[in-house]
Ligand binder design. Structure first.
Ligand code: SAM
Length: 266
């Protein structure tokens, strides 16, 4: 899969893009990540990419010249997304859509990182295909957002994750949050791992996990349950078997949610 990134801080993206899962995917040839410096298309000696906003106001705006120049020189895979808080919100369905785009060699997508107060609107109007946001908050630049997109997509590219099965069971893969996970030791500071997970009974474990995923999603993200059309009769029965009511899904087995951390006064 080819992914092209456009930024004024190529070093930042090279650094995060050379480590861990994304770095391994690049080295193994599964991910062809190309990072382009927007300054490469500047024509003035100071290599400036920004200018003051027409109409006045605070800050600077990324100028159209360097952006059009860098994109036209690179001929990146489309769609090209401008990253920005006003764009289409990234979710797992969109991540999957982007991962599926890379099924043929050279295919993929591209991301343009804004900076300053944003990017000249003619880039949105005449160069990019769409706009993409990673959430309702404002970052200083698109680089952190670009890496979020790249990492989320890369882990769905076949062969990138060691255990292909794990992506299929994760949060959002079927509209639910994932069940709780535990590892050794079986008891830590007096808190035991649920007995069913040590029973060796795979069918029981699978039912417990499904019930936990349903209960957790109902408690924390009822909007997800609603979006998948509510609960089936089987799911309501499964919840009841595990001590949950579909209306009030918290069971005595599940520990109370922690309060947000408050610093201690000295
Ligand atoms: N003035 C802009 C506004 O109010 O919408 C915010 C500009 S922000 C300081 C600079 C750049 O960071 C944006 O052009 C965009 O590329 C990136 N950015 C900020 N928040 C983002 C988000 N939630 N998702 C994706 N990119 C974001």
């Amino acid at each position: 899969m080819r992914v092209d990134l456009f930024t004024i801080f190529p070093g930042l993206l090279e650094a995060v893009g050379s480590e861990s899962l994304v770095g391994r995917a690049r080295r193994s040839g599964l991910l062809d990540l190309r990072i382009h410096d927007l300054r490469s298309a500047t024509i003035d000696p100071r290599r400036s990419v920004d200018d003051t906003p027409f109409g006045g106001g605070a800050g600077m705006v990324l100028a159209p010249g360097p952006v059009f120049g860098a994109v036209e020189a690179a001929q990146p895979p489309r769609p090209l997304f401008l990253l920005g808080p006003g764009g289409r919100r990234l979710d797992q369905a969109l991540v999957r859509e982007l991962a599926d785009r890379g099924s043929a060699p050279g295919e993929g997508f591209s991301l343009l990182c804004g900076r300053y107060e944003g990017v000249d609107e003619r880039v949105a109007d005449h160069l990019v295909d769409d706009e993409l946001s990673i959430g309702d908050y404002v970052l200083a630049g698109g680089e952190a957002a670009a890496f979020v997109v790249v990492e989320a997509v890369a882990r769905l590219v076949p062969g990138v994750m060691g255990n292909e099965a794990s992506a299929g069971e994760e949060s959002f893969s079927d509209g639910l949050l994932e069940y709780p996970q535990y590892t050794r030791p079986a008891e830590f500071r007096g808190w035991p791992v649920p007995e069913v997970l040590r029973s060796g009974d795979h069918a029981r474990v699978a039912r417990w996990r499904r019930a936990q995923a349903l209960a957790r999603t109902l408690a924390r993200r009822p909007d997800l349950v609603e979006a998948r059309g509510g609960l089936s009769d089987d799911e309501v029965r499964l919840l009841a078997e595990h001590g949950y009511s579909a209306v009030s899904p918290r069971s005595p087995e599940e520990p109370p949610r922690r309060e947000p951390h408050r610093p201690r006064r000295s």
